[in-house]
Write a protein that binds this ligand. Structure first.
Ligand code: ZN
Ligand code: ZN
Length: 444
């Protein structure tokens, strides 16, 4: 995920609590046996998180993380533990003692090529290679916390297995942060490998660490996060002397025109309200010397959109713009668009159910809503297969506003660890609302 304007987050956050009856605003403890299990799980959750944080692994390299997850799930005597799903993914199945629905809970496991700058005793010193370049590796998106939270949730739920009315699938997903060139990201690959087998979940839930107040979660129906596609444009000209441009075709000038013209697609061609779009060119490569006009320039960028219905139209406009500008100069272009993530859209009914469960468990004043944003999450592909609800949990320390907090993917991204208890309770609340049966869902 990438950041949005933290100032805007603060302005847009509205407490759902103001819309709920006053009686629902108090936080409700889970039944005593579950509270006991939570208390036992909390120190282990923090220890796991710190260990993962200190030992981050890039996408599809989550070998150590997956081994620890699988060992833990086996120690809980789950009914099924599958490893190697989508290369490094782990899936556990817990069947409750009573019949009921099937649900899935998901955590993503991968870290990023970011060099950590946070002064922590368990800061990452790990280095690796990304795209052929030496890089630091850091859990700069908080996926270390997601894994630890879901492991702790599995502990709590497995301890109550006899009381559970239904089945829970724990999905530990590799490679959320971006598909390899020409390949699939973790969510799509898990689904392609028949993730759910003969189980048909009625719902899937996922959460994400996010710059917001600790102790809160943020959940909204409808469009929640953007679709994200990777754009590559290769501009082919003809190499010539920098003093004799008329003897060749200059792909640098053509690239400049294309870059500028692409910005007119969101601002002049798409409906600003119904089809918000971002086209960002993040990398330009061409040429080797100041007085040689090169043969070729390569542009790379990202496309973000909220409305899936206008995606094909958007692609066509991008292609048309690049091709016709190139043609006007006698150059040619190769445009390729790799689809990495579709928009995260929370369906209204399951989202309302989850929101109500969160309000009961956390106190309605701690359940916020927000406008959609243009970052992306491949959880969206699970939502294509199963009704799915995605929400954020706030990770800012007390007194640090979203505007001051380092965003996701920053080398200074920081998780206030007590927030993880809120996230654990949130995950348990949405799960137990489905499979808790009477008396186990935290309802008075
Ligand atoms: Zn991320
Ligand atoms: Zn993420």
């Amino acid at each position: 995920m990438r950041e949005k304007s933290p100032t805007w987050i603060a302005a847009a956050m509205i407490a759902l609590g103001s819309m709920l009856p006053a009686a629902a605003t108090a936080q409700t403890a889970f039944p005593a046996p579950i509270e006991t299990s939570i208390a036992q799980a909390l120190p282990r959750m923090l220890a796991w998180r710190r260990d993962f944080h200190q030992n981050p692994e890039l996408s599809y390299e989550e070998v150590r993380t997956a081994r620890i997850v699988a060992r833990h799930l086996r120690s809980l005597r789950l009914d099924e533990v599958r490893t190697g799903v989508a290369q490094t993914g782990v899936v556990g199945v817990l069947r409750g003692g009573r019949p009921g629905p099937v649900i899935a809970l998901r955590a993503d496991m991968d870290a990023l090529p970011v060099t950590e700058e946070v002064d922590l005793p368990f800061a990452s010193r790990v280095r690796g290679t990304y795209n052929g370049q030496p890089v630091g590796i850091m859990h700069a998106c908080g996926h270390d916390t997601h894994v630890a939270i879901l492991m702790a949730a599995a502990s709590v739920l497995a301890a109550r297995r006899e009381d559970l009315a239904g089945t829970i699938i724990f999905v530990f997903q590799p490679s959320e942060e971006g598909a390899p060139a020409g390949g699939l990201g973790g969510a799509r690959r898990m689904l392609a490998e028949n993730l759910f087998g003969d189980l048909a979940p009625e719902a899937i839930f996922g959460l994400h660490a996010w710059p917001g107040p600790s102790g809160t979660v943020t959940i909204s129906p409808g469009p929640f996060m953007a679709g994200a596609d990777q754009l590559t444009i290769i501009v082919n000209g003809r190499q010539t002397h920098g003093a004799q441009p008329h003897r060749g075709i200059d792909p640098v000038v053509v690239s400049a025109q294309i870059i500028s013209a692409l910005q007119t697609i969101p601002s002049r061609q798409m409906d600003a309200v119904r089809s918000p779009v971002i086209v960002t060119i993040g990398s330009i490569h061409g040429g080797v010397r100041y007085n040689i006009i090169p043969d070729r320039v390569e542009l790379q960028g990202t496309i973000r959109y909220l409305n899936p219905d206008t995606r094909e139209d958007l692609y066509a406009r991008i292609r048309r713009t690049a091709e016709q500008i190139a043609a006007s100069a006698g150059a040619t272009v190769e445009v390729s668009i790799q689809n990495n993530a579709i928009p995260v859209v929370n369906p209204p009914e399951p989202t309302a159910r989850a929101g109500a469960a969160l309000a009961r468990a956390l106190g309605a004043e701690n359940v916020l809503s927000d406008q959609p944003n243009m970052v992306a999450e491949d959880f969206a592909f699970f939502q294509q297969a199963v009704p799915g609800v995605f929400f954020y949990y706030g990770v800012n320390p007390p007194g640090v506003s979203p505007a001051e907090a380092a965003p996701n993917h920053s080398p200074r991204f920081f998780v206030h660890e007590p927030a993880m208890e809120t996230a654990l309770r949130a995950m348990l609340a949405v799960a137990l609302e489905r499979v808790g049966g009477a008396g186990a869902s935290g309802q008075p």
